[in-house]
Design a protein around this ligand. Sequence first.
Ligand code: PMP
Length: 379
Amino acid sequence: MVAGDGRAGVREDGYVTRAWNFSAGPATLPLSVLERARDELLELPGAAASVLEISHRSPAFEAVIDEAETNLRALLAIPPTHRVLFLQGGASLQFSMVPMNLLRGRTAPAEYVLTGSWSKKALAEARREGRVRVAWDGAGTGWRAVPDLSALAFDAAAPYVHVASNETIQGVGFPDGFEPAAGPPLVCDASSDFLSRPLPVDRYALLYAGAQKNAGAAGLTLVVLREDALAQIPDGLPTMLDFRTFVAHRSLYNTPPTFAIYLLVLVTRWLRDDVGGLEKIRERNREKAALLYDGIDGSEGFYRGHAEVAARSLMNVTWRLPSEDLEARFVADATREALLELKGHRSVGGIRASIYNAMPVEGVKDLRTFMEDFRARHA
Ligand code: PMP
């Protein structure tokens, strides 16, 4: 395998050892992170055993989970008012856990902003727990737009406003600084743009994200929760569904997803040391997304972007071709060029290129070149 931060290449027998992987999640990881995990797999430094083999209560694992929290706090500048929790169940469990903890027993409805498939799923689960109100519905725009949250009229007594900062399937996202300075507590599903840019964490009451896109491996869900939200939680919730359990036990009430937490440490070190922090990764993410959006905009209508320009995601770029036949051929030809997982989600169709933090600029450049070649052949 060729070292470097991307594709390893094609062996003599034609076997592709590491292609550019545009999967929406689980998704490509920094090669240096994978190499480090491989090198340390048999013996975690200082543990004399694999991280897979040690107790979650051992000093060696305590050091891992402590570093995971320290690194996240440093990267995102998480203030002391907020707790960092390491959970399981995916972001999907948060669709239920959030309203169980913050909506149950309240009279005013929670406000849901619908911008795509994931925020709709969050709403459906919240309905089971209490009163909800749809504050904005993107259906009328064909799920191509996001609202200006400051211009929406929220019930001042609402327990929270729920948004998905990036809709992974549609490829629409909120711009930097979308978080209103005032209004009801803000709750955000940040699964697919977590750690892709700096965030004003103090504006969030609760932020959650599955780790399997930008933060490592599936099995770990991150929750960043403001302490004042804890006071609202009703008694009587199942222990494992009550945020207070994880706060009281520092996410070690039961066995956490230890390996995924270890990978988070490697990913956050990579972000800090190799990339240089979240401002830097945002620059890189903007550059990558611009390569694809410029390719779409310059294609004389051959490629048609799904999202309105102002709502374009920097993480999931979605577009259509003139016909479904051509879309199928695009995906098949790309696969032969070792550009993988470009088929759009079935609910949107077309093409989706997920270009999370770990996708190198070179991978996106190769995709852009392929787009140009494909258009030249088929326009
Ligand atoms: N929210 C968003 C924005 C997502 O992209 C996903 C997964 N693709 C989910 C929620 C669901 O996450 P999980 O599979 O971890 O439950």
